[in-house]
Design a protein around this ligand. Sequence first.
Ligand SMILES: Cc1ncc(COP(=O)(O)O)c(C=O)c1O
Length: 389
Amino acid sequence: MIYLDNAATSWPKPPGVAEAMLNCLEEKGANPGRSGHRMSLAAGKVVDAARASIARLFNIPDRDRVIFTLNATDALNMALKGVLKPGDHVVTTSMEHNSVTRPLYGLRKIVSVTKVPCAPDGSLEAGEIEKAVRMNTRVIVVTHASNVTGTVMPVREIGALARQKGLIFIVDAAQSAGILDIDAQNMNIDLLAMPGHKGLMGPPGTGVLYVGERVDLRPFREGGTGSRSTEPDQPEVMPEKYESGTLNSVGIAGLGAGVEFVHGTGLKTLRRHELELTRRFIEGAGKIPGMILFGPGADEERAPVVSFRMEGKDTGAVGAALDKWYNIACRAGLHCAPDAHRTLGTLESKLVRFSFSYFNTAGEVDFALQCLRDINKRDLPPANGGCNC
Ligand SMILES: Cc1ncc(COP(=O)(O)O)c(C=O)c1O
């Protein structure tokens, strides 16, 4: 299979991830941070090592502020619902994923939201965010890179603005963690939400929320932490304050190995390869008649995500043909980001998305281009599935 769906979850995982998970399950399978016996302590060490590795990647000074979550959605829910209070105003953008827009919609009876419109290529001027700030604005939340177009948002400028105005800055790094450089301190990020299973190359069911020192975040879930058990209140100590219940130590072991791979290979090397593939695809696809590409051009700053549609072809049918005829896994549909599709004008047509990883090759890109040329000349059977809305 040629796997071009890395923006959903990365595959394959680097060498070492499966081994780390198996080793954790078989050798260190006890409950981490609970019982005090040797196997429990060993499991705790695996979790702690992953925490330290993640802190190093994002220039987080205190590893205990790295909180393990289920995925990026879980981290964003913890951030938004833990910080917002009745009467607050939030500034966000028209390119957000449902993992930002739905929690905000869920809070609509107590908070007001301004969605700053982005340009038709998904780009955003930081100044537009500033114009939307009001007296009662408390939070700015933006995606670092769009999961539909790969557009990179001006996170550094927005962070500086947020700090200057005393606002809490939340970044959705679902498409940038392990892909773009992120320095939580220098970018003035207060809450950084990310999946463990995409660019960080860990297994599904892992995620992270960095909780900066300036934020007083209400815990999203309370319960057993293995510490201060007689106190009725959730302990204030980090990371337990936000990590009630048994952690996914096996998944975290895999995530730790994925992050070590990112460290070992180097973000620059990963990025160079991913960008080369993205550019190769954009340049090749631009020459296919009827191909309409969305987002920044080949030479612009971008994440390794490209969306397109083919004139006269049903998006779901293209996705299904790629899967069934050519064994190419991609994603076709609305990508859980209806606002982004409204911005691009593709809510009706939907889009096919290719997303590349370090493990894809130039040969795979060329083969995918050949398949699209072929599809372009053929009549497609009506989509039966293939589209993910
Ligand atoms: C921009 C963006 N935010 C959030 C998410 C949610 O990530 P997760 O599946 O880890 O919850 C995604 C997933 O694709 C995404 O692309």
